[in-house]
Design a protein around this ligand. Structure first.
Ligand code: ADP
Ligand code: SF4
Length: 689
């Protein structure tokens, strides 16, 4: 099918200094967790996006000098000529598909603690950002940069530019955002210098101006020089000569680089989850820029669909549509739009599992796209599955994320697949969770897969079909896989913080049954799950008008959500919705209409009133069907079942991305047995010097 008329504008080429992007799809720099340690992984991750039609594909943040060492976070580097080679495979992989390759330099200044290199952090005025215990990056105050340090910093940008050119990059960034060094020079609170690099904005922007000028001289007519800048704080600072300091800055140096890439000053603010943001949420930070420069402008803002992307171009605020998450969830998004197949797009759900990988220092993974990060080590491709190896049939039991992904991927391999679920609708846990506040985008996990499955002739779906072991044995399938999910256990933590099951009581519920119940205020939620469920239920019940208290033994509600950039937003929601939060306590005694709590550390005791209690604790696999079937091997053999597997939550309860990955893994491996081999993937090997 041809490209839809209204999306044609996305396929117009854009000139960026001396180079030209073939279209407006711009994968902005974002970490993928590979860094220089995994050059093959990095090349395959980025190359697949170029193959999928992105006109520009950038690296993640790449340090230009050992005094900008962000270990253990996964940054790339160009510290010496010996680092050049590790970037070449990525550049070649991107160029192979006619896309431009960009590299995002950064010098972290006060922001990088140099844990490994042990070099003294440097900054314009020796001021450190103090936002939290964890985010306070260094115990060591940064050194105030003298003239030699400034000269060195400029030289490091020059040296790194030469190296990036040797590696073949088409776009080279100077990073003046996110608390990094050139940004702190711009910032009136972090730059209190009294020399020609401090004071007026003209002086504070001097260093950036000099760096861009130097880099442009090296890049000549071969590569474009881009600047990534955070505008949110500058927009708050008053200017004597212009609307704000942000406006003044563009008036001063707006024409200097070849491209402006606009972002905000904090990672959590820039990448909030879909639960707490809407597409286009960054518009206030970039909408004024195009009026002040003739250079192309790129910005991000969780643009997941072509309509949202086109709107940014048509409203005259952006020239290039910046994407990180949309390109992770569906590396083939541009190709699908180009081929008029926008219904086939795997739309990002905004869960921020990808962001959590950066925070954990590991290669990126994605809920919607199970092949992300596996392109090189397992040879997985987001669009192409290896063909079937036999004419055998498969029964998938359970239509949640695991069963749906297994069904779709098996069918794409060409197998005849039958999917059975005991509910009226496919979707499993997603059907319940997506009605909770801010979670509707999770439906995209099931909507995408059910929509694709419906178009395939080799899938039969049987709903409202609760299968027992005798049914399964009589159906004549060659392979059976159970993806029957999990259930929440009614348990509380003992004094050793080990969950102990408790008897079902009339006024005590779990996430499985609280919605169908008549809860009475005050409701207490006892949450010792790490992830989102406790906070979501608290919000849901508060929205219904209940008086809600949430108790958790952890320091925060939903503490793992720190990884997905959500923990502070959850805290704010509890506050906004008047939900009382009691942290670091466990329930030690049930009383009539109250609970006794004991503090985790001090053992202090307190009582809390409640009528209803919802316990959000452990989940247990729903695996009785699998266990019954696997208990009698001879019955299995007699019925002709060659393999029996159990995947997803019924094997090991986890997050949605675990279940999707399990479904994909099964579809790839059930006929080869290689999932039994723990070394079924390639490793990157360091070079011995
Ligand atoms: P996962 O996240 O592992 O995909 P879910 O809990 O989301 O797990 O989905 C499991 C699905 O399997 C649910 O819809 C559940 O009702 C269904 N299911 C469980 N047992 C059976 C069974 N015996 N027959 C058919 N469907 C089942
Ligand atoms: Fe989107 Fe979640 Fe995938 Fe990240 S992990 S790209 S937020 S679907």
């Amino acid at each position: 099918m041809p490209v839809n008329e209204r999306y044609k504008i996305l396929f117009e080429p854009v000139k960026i200094g001396p180079v030209t992007a073939k279209n407006r799809f711009y994968q902005v720099p974002h970490a993928m967790g590979a860094g220089n340690d995994m050059p093959n992984t990095r090349a395959a991750q980025r190359g697949i996006k170029a193959e999928g039609g992105w006109g520009v594909v950038n690296t993640g943040y790449c340090s230009i000098h050992p005094s900008s060492d962000d270990r253990p976070l996964p940054f790339a580097r160009l510290w010496s000529d010996r680092d050049i080679d590790s970037h070449v495979p990525m550049v070649e992989a991107v160029h192979a598909h006619d896309a431009l390759a960009g590299i995002e330099f950064f010098h972290g200044g006060a922001y990088t603690p140099n844990r490994h290199t042990r070099m003294t952090p440097i900054s314009p005025s020796g001021i450190q950002e103090k936002t939290s215990e964890i985010e306070t990056m260094s115990l060591q105050a940064p050194k105030v940069m003298d003239k030699k340090d400034i000269k060195d910093l400029k030289q490091w940008h020059i040296d790194a530019t030469k190296r990036a050119m040797k590696a073949g990059f088409d776009i080279i960034y100077c990073y003046a955002g996110m608390g990094f060094l050139p940004y702190h020079f711009l910032h009136p609170l972090f730059n209190t210098r009294t020399d020609e690099y401090g004071g007026s904005l003209q002086n504070r922007s001097r260093l950036l101006k000099e760096i861009i000028t130097d880099m442009k001289e090296i890049a000549g007519n071969k590569a474009a020089i881009a600047v990534r800048i955070s505008t949110d704080e500058l927009l708050e600072f008053k200017s004597e000569s212009s609307q704000t300091e942000a406006h003044e800055l563009f008036e001063l140096i707006g024409e200097l680089p070849d491209l402006w890439d606009i972002k905000v000053s904090e990672w959590v603010k820039e990448t909030p989850s879909g639960r707490f943001s809407e597409p286009g949420f960054m518009e206030p930070y970039y909408s004024f820029v195009k009026e002040l420069t003739s250079k192309p402008v790129v910005g991000v803002g969780w643009f997941t669909s072509p309509d949202i992307m086109v709107a940014q171009i048509n409203n005259g605020t952006l020239d290039l549509v910046g994407s990180a998450r949309a390109s992770i969830a569906d590396p083939f998004l541009p190709k699908k739009i180009e081929e008029g197949r926008e219904d086939d797009i795997k739309e990002c759900i905004g869960c921020n599992i990808c962001a959590s990988c950066y925070n954990q220092g590991i290669p990126v993974r994605c809920t919607q796209n199970p092949s992300m990060g596996e392109e090189w080590r397992r040879g997985w491709h987001p669009e192409i599955m290896k063909p079937k190896t036999s004419e055998e049939s498969i029964l998938v039991i359970g239509g949640g994320p695991a069963g749906l992904e297994a069904t779709l991927s098996l069918a794409r391999r060409g197998y005849e697949v039958t999917l059975a679920d005991d509910h009226k609708e496919l979707g499993g846990r997603i059907n319940k969770e997506s009605i909770l506040p801010g979670m509707s985008s999770y439906r995209r996990v099931t909507d995408y897969r059910t929509n694709q499955i419906q178009q395939l002739p080799n899938v039969n779906v049987f709903l409202e079909n609760e299968l027992q072991s005798k049914d399964v044995l009589g159906l004549g399938f060659d392979h059976v896989v159970t993806a029957t999910g999990s259930s929440w256990e009614l348990s509380i933590l003992d004094e050793h913080f080990v969950p102990q099951p408790i008897e079902k009581q009339e006024d005590v519920f779990t996430p499985d049954d609280f919605m169908d119940s008549k809860l009475q205020s005050p409701v207490v939620i006892y949450d010792f799950d790490y992830y989102y469920m406790g906070g979501l239920i608290a919000e849901y019940l508060s929205d219904l008008g209940h008086e809600v208290t949430i108790i958790t033994p952890f320091e925060n509600v939903s503490p793992w959500s720190f990884m997905s950039n959500e923990v502070n937003a959850i805290k704010a929601k509890m506050y906004e919705k008047n939900i009382k939060t009691i942290t670091e306590y466990r329930i030690s005694e049930f009383k009539n209409e109250s609970l006794t709590l004991t503090h985790k550390i001090t053992k202090e005791i307190m009582d809390v009133d409640r009528k209803s209690l919802v316990i959000v604790g452990m989940r247990l696999p729903v695996d009785s069907l699998f266990k019954e079937l696997s208990a009698n091997q001879s019955l299995l053999e007699d019925s002709g079942i060659k393999t029996l597997n159990n995947i997803g939550d019924s094997n090991s309860p986890g997050a949605v991305f675990h279940a999707v990955y399990a479904g994909h893994m099964y579809a790839n491996t059930f006929d080869s047995g290689i999932d039994d081999d723990p070394y079924d993937f390639k490793f990157e090997y360091p070079v011995i010097q």
